[in-house]
Design a protein around this ligand. Structure first.
Ligand code: FES
Ligand SMILES: [Fe+2]
Length: 376
């Protein structure tokens, strides 16, 4: 359905991606990253039907803890209920549509500020003032909708339209690359949304290609993970990734979990769970982004840094955030410039670098072709 609105030239380019016979492999045409029809098609076929990360389990450790977020214009509240389960609820009041929860915090109930309907932490309607005088009023039909949710390695995912196949079975071949790092034992240093003037795909691709590491991050990331040490893993329908090996001169990122292999101690694992979850998982910490579009040429990146408890104890957890903020700032400058370039009439679908450096982008195109092209 959504594919009907995909411009013909872009549909043809995605079919060439599926065929994968033309050499060299090329980037998608620039309008793929600027066109509002593409953004509309993606909202349904990619974001509403896909699994979207909303944050971390450890952000809401106790019953009543909650935070709000927005995924493609859908207000959500992520809350730990009285039973200790993490729920992803629609944050839209069943009375007249006000947003119920704001920001983050701890609450015994979710109270709509407009007319004071209140909801239990699992979404059920608790109280609606004066509504018992209304004939036919059915409180049971007035709970906040509970969205499908799954957890992977401490991250919380949701599926807006409830049609996606279960997520974690699609990640079993990714697990061996990540499990030794035990990201589920890490704790959030800081997380929150930012808005960048760039198409969401540009930022995802940038996070997941090592080709720019040396030129863009010469003083930050290059001394640790230079471009020439990137090694792609084989992509699958739900994910792709690459190993970002450490430079021999880099001291490393201890402490190490006992489950880590020698190889894992000397690299960061770069992970992309489609559509918009990207993460750099290191021995003692991880940086992640959950990318959702707010417009064709603007992305919401809800990004965060998590670290092992040892780093909190020794007082270096904040350093990991500061470091990530510094290389993200380097990326942002480049990506805002890129987006302006993509709007040029002279912008073109350039050839991609070898798979170790830009191959995740190609895997991502394959995923998007599957989502956006109509079934033959
Ligand atoms: S809109 Fe929430 S109580 Fe009226
Ligand atoms: Fe970068």
């Amino acid at each position: 359905m959504a594919a009907a609105t995909l411009p013909g030239a872009l549909a043809a380019a995605l079919r060439q991606v599926q065929d994968d016979t033309a050499k060299p492999r090329r980037a998608m045409p620039p309008t793929f990253y600027t066109d509002t029809d593409v953004a509309a098609a993606e909202e349904y076929a990619v974001f509403r039907q896909g699994w979207i990360c909303v944050g971390r389990v450890d952000e809401i450790p106790n019953p009543g803890d909650f935070f709000t977020t927005t995924v493609v214009s859908e207000p959500l509240v992520v809350v730990r209920d009285d039973a200790g389960d993490v729920q992803v609820l629609s944050n839209v009041c069943r009375h007249r549509g006000s947003q119920v929860a704001e920001g983050s915090g701890t609450a015994r109930q979710l109270l709509c500020p407009y007319h004071h309907w209140s909801y239990n932490l699992d979404g059920g309607l608790k109280r609606a003032p004066l509504m018992d005088e209304v004939a036919g009023f059915d409180p049971a039909a007035c709970g906040l909708p509970r969205l499908a949710t799954e957890q992977w390695m401490g991250w919380v995912f949701t599926n807006l339209d409830g049609t996606a196949d279960p997520l974690t079975p699609q990640l079993t071949e990714l697990d061996p690359y990540v499990a030794g790092y035990h990201p589920e034992e890490m704790r959030t240093v800081k997380a929150g949304p930012e808005y960048w003037s760039v198409n969401w795909k540009c930022l995802a691709e940038n996070f997941m290609e090592g080709y720019h590491l040396t030129p863009v991050h010469l003083k930050t990331l290059h001394p640790m993970t230079p471009t020439n040490l990137c090694q792609k893993i084989e992509g699958r329908p739900a994910f792709t990734g690459y190993k970002s090996h450490y430079s021999p001169g880099f001291e490393g990122r201890p402490p190490f979990h006992p489950d880590m292999s020698d190889e894992q101690k000397r690299m960061s694992m770069m992970v992309w769970i489609y559509p918009g979850f990207v993460a750099a998982i290191s021995p003692n910490s991880a940086v992640y982004m959950s990318l959702t579009p707010t417009a064709a040429q603007e992305v919401q990146t809800r990004w965060g840094v998590v670290a092992r408890e040892d780093l909190f104890a020794e007082g270096t957890a904040q350093d990991r955030w500061d470091f990530a903020a510094s290389f993200n700032a380097e990326d942002k400058v480049r990506l805002v410039s890129l987006q302006q370039g993509l709007n040029s009439h002279y912008a073109t679908a350039g050839p991609l670098a070898p798979a170790d450096y830009e191959g995740c982008t190609w895997d991502f195109y394959q995923y998007l072709a599957d989502r956006l092209l109509p079934d033959e």
